[in-house]
Design a binder for this molecule. Structure first.
Ligand SMILES: Cc1ncc(COP(=O)(O)O)c(C=O)c1O
Length: 426
């Protein structure tokens, strides 16, 4: 698929010893990336081909690749800290708890740490089941919460069935996103432990909810005795223009799950931020949920730096500038390419580009790749492209990305047979 001997070697070996299925799928889509040098929002292919990263691994590179301040925290931290010991408290763990609580609603009280987002989703559901003594979890169609045990069951039924993990009907219920009536119908049974909702489901292409939806989820969950878990693994950490997307919509979740960005792209780290009710188990048996690397001390040093940079005034200011720029320019591009590019789903820097073709985002992803931008389609709705600028992106680079998008939209529209531009009304 490529004439690069280095890439061919790596892909062939990967097909043998790492993941034949993934390699086959990438080849099928004409993608042959092997990461080379990386810095900020640009990574080079191993052959030196630069790509601007608009996927940022769902937020892992929210602050850019190899962010120098995060790296310094990691390097200096490593002189004093290693994983530490998950049995004992430590100052750096306390500091990270304090930092996360400081950027969360006042009623949040405790933080439990894990390594990845899926693990923290599993943990949050466990905490809700313990707090309520109930088992049912309500999730929305088109959600992805990770590939660990409970998180797999909370997501796409096909993914659970693949590993023979289909939950029993009294364990999980699925409702449509942005539909409070369906949610209430399930909650009326009064056997629900948790309502688990990605504030804007990423894999469904970031549908934008009605303004009062997430506040309504809070009210319904509490009316019927359930806890509300906000999955902010993708939408949190300032991506919406506020620290937590759900809170920005006026919601009051009992738990906020964060991950990805919290790692700074360097040290796996995720967290469940809990109110008193969700953290009830901590008083009864503090050893009930644990793992060797939970709150690894070096990871805490890194994550504290990440929270500090994310909440910093200059970062918030840059995010506001980028939001204005993307809103204005995407609106213009949408008008210019309105036959193919039919809508912008946007909350801050959480952006989905809606196309008129069922495989429009597959085509746009390929066209952007050709023009030096890496972004990914929403896998549960391949008409929508996930478009995720990082918090610290310069306006110059953002402008460059949007110029490339302009050209790529023409190419993508042509490739799905929708090439002709519609006239813009004068
Ligand atoms: C919304 C959401 N929740 C949870 C997860 C799981 O996180 P991880 O891959 O770190 O386990 C993901 C991963 O993509 C996600 O997008």
């Amino acid at each position: 698929m490529t004439d690069s001997p280095i890439k061919n070697h790596i892909y062939d070996e990967a097909a043998r010893v790492w993941n034949p299925g993934k390699v086959a799928l990438l080849k099928d889509q004409g993608i042959d990336i092997v990461l080379g040098d990386r810095s900020g929002y640009i990574f080079q292919d191993v052959e030196g081909q630069p790509l601007i990263n608009l996927h940022i691994n769902g937020g892992v590179f929210n602050l850019g690749h190899c962010n120098p301040e995060v790296r310094q925290a990691l390097v200096e931290g490593s002189l004093h800290y290693d994983a530490g010991n998950h049995y004992f408290p430590s100052q750096v763990k306390n500091d990270l708890c304090e930092a996360l609580l400081a950027v969360s609603p006042d009623y949040m009280k405790y933080v439990a740490f894990n390594n990845g987002g899926g693990e923290s989703i599993d943990a949050a559901v466990k905490f809700a089941r313990h707090a309520t003594g109930r088992r049912r979890v309500v999730t929305v169609n088109g959600a992805f919460h990770g590939a660990t045990g409970i998180a797999t069951q909370a997501g796409d039924p096909g993914m659970a069935a693949f590993f023979t993990m289909t939950p029993s009907p009294d364990e999980f219920s699925k409702v449509d996103y942005d539909d409070l009536d369906q949610l209430e119908e399930v909650l009326r049974r009064e056997d629900t432990a948790a309502v688990l909702i990605e504030s804007m489901p990423a894999t469904a292409g970031f549908p934008v909810p009605h303004d009062d939806y997430l506040a309504g989820v809070t009210a319904l969950a509490h009316r019927y005795g359930a806890l509300y878990i906000a999955d902010e693994v993708q939408t949190g950490m300032m991506r919406s223009g506020q620290m937590w997307c759900s809170v920005g919509y006026g919601a009051e979740p009992d738990m906020i799950v964060t991950g990805k960005a919290l790692s700074g792209g360097y040290y796996p780290m995720s967290a469940v931020i809990m109110n008193e009710r969700a953290g009830q188990w901590l008083h009864e048996d503090g050893f009930a949920h644990l793992s060797s690397f939970n709150a690894a001390e070096l990871g805490c040093v890194v994550a504290s730096k990440v929270v500090e940079i994310t909440a910093r005034e200059s970062t918030v200011g840059n995010v506001a500038t980028l939001i204005d720029l993307f809103t204005a320019r995407l609106g213009e591009l949408q008008q210019r390419h309105c036959r193919f590019f039919t809508g912008v789903r946007q909350r801050g820097l959480i952006i989905g580009l809606q196309t008129a073709h069922p495989e429009g985002a597959t085509a746009l992803m390929a066209a952007l790749y050709k023009h030096g931008v890496w972004s990914m389609r929403a896998n549960f709705d391949t008409s929508v492209l996930q478009f995720k600028p990082g918090l610290l992106m310069s306006t110059a680079l953002a402008g460059d990305v949007l110029d490339r998008l302009d050209v790529a939209l023409d190419d993508a529209a042509r490739s799905v047979g929708m090439g002709e531009k519609s006239a813009v009304p004068a």
